[in-house]
Design a protein around this ligand. Sequence first.
Ligand SMILES: [Zn+2]
Length: 369
Amino acid sequence: MSTASFAPSKAHPVADLHCDTVMEIQAGVRLGAGNPLGHVDVPRMRAGGVGLQVFAAFVAQVTPFELAFRRAQEMLDAVESSVTQEGGALVLVHDKADLDRAQKEGRPGVMLAVENGHAIQKSLSKLIALHERGVRYLTLTHSGSLDWAGSSGDDSGRGLDDFGRKVVACMEEIGMLVDVSHVNEATFWDVARIARKPFIASHSNASALCPVARNLTDDQLRAVAASGGMVGINFFPGFLDPEHAALLEERVGDLFALYSTIEAGHEADPVARMEASREVTRTYQARMADSRVPLARVCEHIEHVTALVGDEAVGFGSDFDGVPDLPEGVTGCDVFPAILRMLEARGMPGRSLERIAWGNFERVFFEAR
Ligand SMILES: [Zn+2]
């Protein structure tokens, strides 16, 4: 019997469905040089066997309506410039041919997404324009409801309206994935009812293990799997562990409000925004320092999904550079081999590990289109 351990490599790379590293790039970070204050950079992508990282252009709810599309474009520009700047260390992936090339050359792929439907300014032509420049999924909402889709952050109780249904239909037609992370239950079930193609939750976890509004119930997980889509497991301790989540409200509730104030105050200045939010994050980490969530929690959420619906509907959606804290011992995207080894040691078969690390991403993003 082989004792060879599963570890990501060119043959078994890792895909991560969601990071917010664009904000780091806009603040002046060079990915190739390493970014010890952040979670994602080229050296750690290599060390972590990252074959594909989705970079989400996150348009904050506080962005004035008439500027939202421009802000998304600026973020996408920043990712593209960053890839160019790294002079071939990274490959911008728009289609399967790009992905295959990145794989063959052993270079990490960078894929574009947009987080928050606010970005399309209620315009299907703007949605189509995003797709044409390579955006592969749109997260319908962030933490505030839009008038066409409800968020879990302020649960308005509203689902998709007529325009919201048109957005979903248009996305399916042009081949862009619908991302239900952040939406409320009403919107989720509206998507599930009308979807004819696979849809995803790019960075959400299992409510059964950590019942917070951002996570998905078992019925929701079953619906994502039934569509042929997948869930990317989020590494934020507050979405992984219920005791930690309860402590957050008590100890750092005020800081979450502060992050929003910073977003609003520096809406047009990514450098000042990053400086101010790093300061808040230092306070956050100091207050939460004695509540460390073990990396095994990530494995437990993955195992919950595979036990519920099989191994074809789960992968990674770390939320790197979008969260103020990570599980114990985790500093960034070089952690994937440790997670895969832990899953293997806990009994996950090699075939399942390959699907979780890569195969499901490849199927959902390219084969099911
Ligand atoms: Zn998010």
